[in-house]
Design a protein around this ligand. Sequence first.
Ligand code: PBG
Length: 332
Amino acid sequence: MPNAPAYPRTRLRRIRRTAWLRRLVAEKTVSVDDLIWPVFVINGENRREAVPSMPGVDRLSIDLLAAEVVEARDLGIPAIALFPYTDEALKTPNAEEAYNPDNMVCRAVRAIKAAVPEIGVICDVALDPFNSDGHDGLVRDGQILNDESVEILVKQAVVQADAGCDVIAPSDMMDGRVGAIRDGLDVAGHQDVAVLSYAAKYASGFYGPFRDAVGSSGALKGDKKTYQMNPANSEEALREVALDIAEGADMVMVKPGLPYLDVVRLVKQEFGLPTFVYNVSGEYAMLRGAGDAGWLDYDKVLIETLQAFKRAGADAILTYAAKDAARLLTAA
Ligand code: PBG
């Protein structure tokens, strides 16, 4: 930092005096180009179900979803991330539905790619929507198995890529899954399908509304602390990210977002590769809930939150408020 002369020669308010100057000196700005919209898919036709803990968010059947994705594209949103609400009858201890080439996620990918080929489609890789135990990996005698789970995650990634998914996003936090998925995709001829690794994913209470949305909260036995990270740690986050990069991740993610801005900053500074942040369900619920109650100005705190992610160093942001934000950012 150069030595600025002291007040009264330096008056920082000078550069804040007018809107046009504030725009010119803005350091980090958020735009619609930074947004990824996570969506929840349900079976059936013409079905829309509200998620009570996420006001304004609906689970949609594939036909309605395709129409909403057209809207997202028209708003300029570059990509969506798909999450399935799986019927209980399809959940098994070995999560076979995860790699059924005709499962709901694969059908949704095909429908969306047919309807809106120019929007990016990101698929989550983890077993929790398909596993009767609600865990991201296979469970045996109360233990979450690592290597056995990775084998299934690879099969899941390959059927998603076969369906036309552009980006595979493993959110399971098993060790070694990024390298295994990269190899599996390459062997299947999917060299151009990218891997966005949920590299630093914390065992967080902020996922509660998401688990309601995908219907896994009832199934989940225990917690995810043996695979998701301890909120106390940030150096370990750098080790997680370093390993995922070494295994071939194209992009990495930090999750949740707001309580982990320091981790976003560290990861971006240390590695410099595309760093995404997940503004998770509980963060959305806080802002939206307080907004609905009249306690906060939702539009203002939403844009301020997204700006905070950019300031911390995030390149892109997964947010349930992507459409609201896109409208606000393009109206401004
Ligand atoms: C699970 C998964 C979770 C989220 C995305 N993928 C929840 C969890 O780990 O229990 C959370 C997203 C959110 O809260 O918005 N594979």
